[in-house]
Design a protein around this ligand. Structure first.
Ligand code: NAD
Length: 366
């Protein structure tokens, strides 16, 4: 019986609430497919600070290293907001995890079921079939990590700050390879988003993506778009994209825009795949909901667990190569929602269920 060895980092506020439901769904799916779960729990974020004095305790890192994937909740919240920025849960836990495991490829499905189009701020007649697109964001390069990165007082009394946007061809090639795989699993349509009319890094980006796709994936239909236009097109007609790939900062902004047009953060999952392979020879990855810790609804048992459940499905797909149970969980979430089980964020004022009942509906649909 295959054993799935993964670390569970539930985090803070609604993190543990939605995580426990995702694990119940995962247990059920595992039972149906003859899989054994070996989940190891560890503190991260505010829980790491409270229990170990650090957002990413050494013991947590060791547990992650000994696992084939990380199922992550979300971290942070008002309790730790007064800490210095460098010690804040998100910055001191997520960024080091991304760096430590070279999690360079962020895959974010932008999925809105046709039954939930009312949740989108886009006019429903523009998205009669909902939204179904994928954003691939480069996660370990570009402006967020480039050096120099500093603030300097100047002799004339002024102050200057600098961030550096930097990309290597090899970094662009590896994220392009991820985008190619995603596009091939869908409609074979890929759009690369850049700012090649202004930025040197974008000129290299565009040339590298073009060459790499020509050499490795001539079967794909590749197009390019400037990022400012992409931001507009996402709102005008999101489904003109199928898979789009972009650098770190552009992806940060566009993926959040995509999350908004897809209605609720409670429905959106994400995968961050590493450069390294796990013990199964598959990408090591970190899987987490797109949203944060939602302190405004924490402790009430009303958070939507679907994003966490769908993140667990992505973990099965990418880090364990288990497409069938992954697709089965995704179909069960869809069936549960479309047959009327809705948490408050997707109920549009109609009857709503709590976190546990939502997961129960997914389990029944499984
Ligand atoms: P948030 O995503 O936590 O919440 C934004 C809104 O979406 C809230 O109204 C919230 O109730 C709602 N929401 C989010 N997830 C939901 C769910 N599963 N079900 C129902 N509603 C949901 O963003 P925020 O309020 O800006 O941030 C709160 C905390 O989360 C902050 O400390 C922030 O730093 C942290 N955060 C962490 C991560 C992460 O760990 N990856 C990501 C984003 C924000």
């Amino acid at each position: 019986m295959p054993t799935l060895k993964f670390a569970v980092l539930a985090g803070d506020y609604i993190g543990p609430e939605v995580m426990s439901e995702a694990l119940r769904v995962l247990e059920h799916a595992a039972g149906l497919h003859g899989l054994t779960l070996q989940a190891t729990y560890a503190d991260v974020g505010g829980a790491g600070i409270d229990n170990h004095g650090k957002a990413l305790p050494e013991s947590t890192l060791r547990i992650c290293e000994a696992s084939d994937a990380i199922l992550f909740g979300s971290v942070g919240g008002p309790k730790w907001e007064k800490l210095p920025p460098k010690e804040q849960p998100e910055r001191a836990a997520l960024l080091p995890l991304r760096k430590h495991f070279t999690l360079f490829a962020n895959i974010r499905p932008g999925l809105l079921y046709p039954e939930l189009t009312a949740a989108s701020p886009i006019k429903t007649d523009r998205i009669p079939d909902g939204i179904d697109i994928v954003c691939i964001r480069e996660l370990t390069g570009g402006l967020y990590f480039g050096k120099p990165k500093e603030t300097t007082p100047l002799p004339d009394g002024d102050v200057q700050a600098v961030d550096t946007m930097i990309y290597r061809k090899s970094e662009i090639e590896r994220i392009t390879a991820t985008a190619i795989a995603a596009a091939r699993s869908r409609k074979k349509i890929l759009c690369s988003v850049d700012k090649a009319n202004v930025l040197e890094t974008s000129v290299l980006w565009r040339r590298t993506v073009t060459d790499y796709v020509a050499r490795h994936a001539p079967d794909l239909q590749l197009s390019h778009m400037y990022v400012d236009n992409a931001a507009m097109q996402l709102v005008r007609n999101p489904n003109q994209f199928d898979v789009f790939v972009t650098e770190n900062m552009f992806g940060d902004i566009l993926s959040d825009e995509m999350a908004v047009i897809c209605g609720s953060l409670g429905m959106l999952s994400s995968a961050s795949l590493g450069a390294g392979k796990n013990a199964l020879g598959l990408p090591f990855g970190l899987y987490e909901p797109a949203g944060g810790t939602a302190p405004d609804i924490a402790g009430k048992g009303i958070a939507n667990p679907c994003a966490q459940i769908l993140s667990a499905a992505l973990m099965l797909r990418y880090s364990f190569g288990l497409e069938e149970p992954a697709a089965r969980i995704e179909a069960a979430v869809r069936k549960a929602v479309t047959s009327g089980a809705r948490t408050g964020d997707i109920a549009f004022g109609g009857p709503s269920v709590g976190t546990r009942a939502m997961a129960d509906a997914v389990i029944s649909a499984l």
